[in-house]
Design a protein around this ligand. Structure first.
Ligand code: AMP
Ligand code: MG
Length: 325
C-alpha cells in the first residue's frame, strides 16, 4: 500500500510537497487532491511515467489525459496555439474546473493525448495541486485516480481503496469541494464545443464566449462518444442504476426490489439519501454517494431525475453514464 501524507489543503506542508515533487521528477506516480476530484499524476513530459498512468488505471491508450499546469503562462508552453478565447477563459475561469482543448505543443508526448493533435490543459483551483506543479517544475498529466470505468475519487480514502497498491504516494488534502470533473471545452473547432460537461457551467461559458455547442447524451442506453475517451459505461458503481421520472416512480420500484437504495429530493422511501435541490451541492455529493452505495452493498440504485435544465447538465451526464450498461 502506498504511503499517504496528510497535507493542510489551505497551507500545504513544504516537506510533503517536496517529497511528492521528487517522486514525480523521478518518473513516479503521485495521487493528489484537486477541487474537482483526486488526480493520478505523472510528469507530462516523461513518456514512461505517462505509460505508468495508463497501466495503473487499466485505461485504454486511446483515452487522452488532462495536463495540469500552474498558470496560463505554463499552459501556453503546453499548447501550440493560444487563441483569444483561451486568453479570455484563462483570465476569467482559472484556476478552476475548466479544461481547454488546444493544439498540442511539441514538448508534449503523443501518448499524453492518445495520439491526438490536441491537448487538454487546465489550472486546478487547489493549493496542494498548485504547490505540487510548481515544485515539480513540469506540467503534470493526471486523469482521475480511479481504476478505469470506476467511480472517480473525491477523498484520499477512495484513492487508497482503488489504486493504493499502484501509486508511489498519496497526498491527502481532504475532500474535493466541486466533487465532479472539469468541463472539457474544445477550442480547436470553429465554434467552441463542450466535450464533457463538468464543474464550470455552460451558462458561464456562454456568458464569456457567446455561442458554445453542447450535445447532451439523452438516453442511458445510448451514451455516445462525444470525445475520445468518454467511455460509455463510466463512473459506474456496482449497483444497477436507474433514473426515474419522479419520487412516486422511485417509491413504486423500491417497493418491489431487494437491496435497493434511493436518491430522492424529499425523504427517501426506505433506505436512501435525500439529495440537495441545488446543482452544485448535488454534484459535490454525487461520487461520494456512489462510493457509499457500493459500501452499503446495494444491488439497485433508483434515482429521482433532476430538473431538465442546463445548470444540471454535468449531473445528468454522470447519472446517465452510471446508469448505462
Ligand atoms: P479524466 O482524466 O478521467 O478526467 O478524463 C479526461 C477526459 O478529458 C478524457 O476522457 C477526454 O474526454 C477529455 N480530454 C482530455 N484531453 C483531450 C483531448 N486532447 N481531446 C479531447 N478530449 C480530451
Ligand atoms: Mg476519470
Amino acid at each position: 500500500m502506498a504511503p499517504t501524507l496528510a497535507v493542510d489543503p489551505h497551507a500545504p506542508d513544504e516537506a510533503a510537497i517536496a517529497e511528492a515533487a521528487r517522486i514525480l521528477r523521478a518518473g513516479g506516480l503521485v495521487a493528489f487532491p484537486t477541487e474537482t476530484v483526486y488526480g493520478l499524476g505523472a510528469n507530462a513530459l516523461d513518456e514512461q511515467a505517462v505509460a505508468r498512468i495508463y497501466a495503473a488505471k487499466g485505461r485504454p491508450s486511446g483515452n487522452p489525459l488532462i495536463v495540469h499546469v500552474a498558470d496560463a503562462a505554463m499552459a501556453r508552453q503546453v499548447a501550440a496555439e493560444w487563441p483569444d478565447a483561451a486568453e479570455r477563459l484563462a483570465t476569467a475561469c482559472w484556476p478552476g474546473p475548466l479544461t481547454l482543448v488546444l493544439r498540442r505543443g511539441p514538448h508534449i508526448p503523443a501518448s499524453v493525448t492518445a495520439g491526438l493533435p490536441a491537448v487538454g490543459v487546465r489550472v486546478p483551483a487547489h493549493p496542494v495541486a498548485l504547490a505540487l506543479i510548481r515544485a515539480a517544475g513540469v506540467p503534470i498529466a493526471a486523469p482521475s485516480a480511479n481504476p478505469y470505468t470506476g467511480v472517480s475519487p473525491t477523498t484520499a480514502a477512495h484513492v487508497a481503496a482503488g489504486l493504493g497498491d499502484k501509486v508511489d504516494l498519496i497526498l491527502d488534502g481532504g475532500a474535493a469541494t466541486v466533487g465532479l470533473e472539469s468541463t472539457v471545452l474544445d477550442l480547436t473547432s470553429a465554434v467552441p464545443r463542450v466535450l464533457r460537461p463538468g464543474g464550470m457551467s455552460l451558462g458561464r461559458l456562454r456568458e464569456l464566449l457567446g455561442e458554445v455547442a453542447y450535445e447532451p447524451i439523452t438516453k442511458a442506453d445510448d451514451v455516445a462518444l462525444p470525445s475520445p475517451g468518454l467511455a460509455k459505461r463510466h463512473y459506474a458503481p456496482r449497483a444497477r442504476v436507474r433514473i426515474l421520472p419522479d419520487a412516486a416512480a422511485v417509491a413504486r420500484e423500491a417497493a418491489r426490489l431487494e437491496r435497493v437504495g434511493c436518491w430522492t429530493f424529499g425523504p427517501p422511501p426506505g433506505e436512501g439519501v435525500m439529495m440537495p435541490r441545488e446543482p452544485e451541492a448535488y454534484a459535490a455529493r454525487l461520487y461520494a454517494e456512489l462510493h457509499e452505495a457500493d459500501r452499503r452493498g446495494w444491488a439497485h440504485l433508483l434515482v429521482e431525475a433532476p430538473p431538465q435544465d442546463d445548470a444540471w447538465a454535468a449531473v445528468h451526464d454522470r447519472l446517465r453514464r452510471a446508469a448505462s450498461s
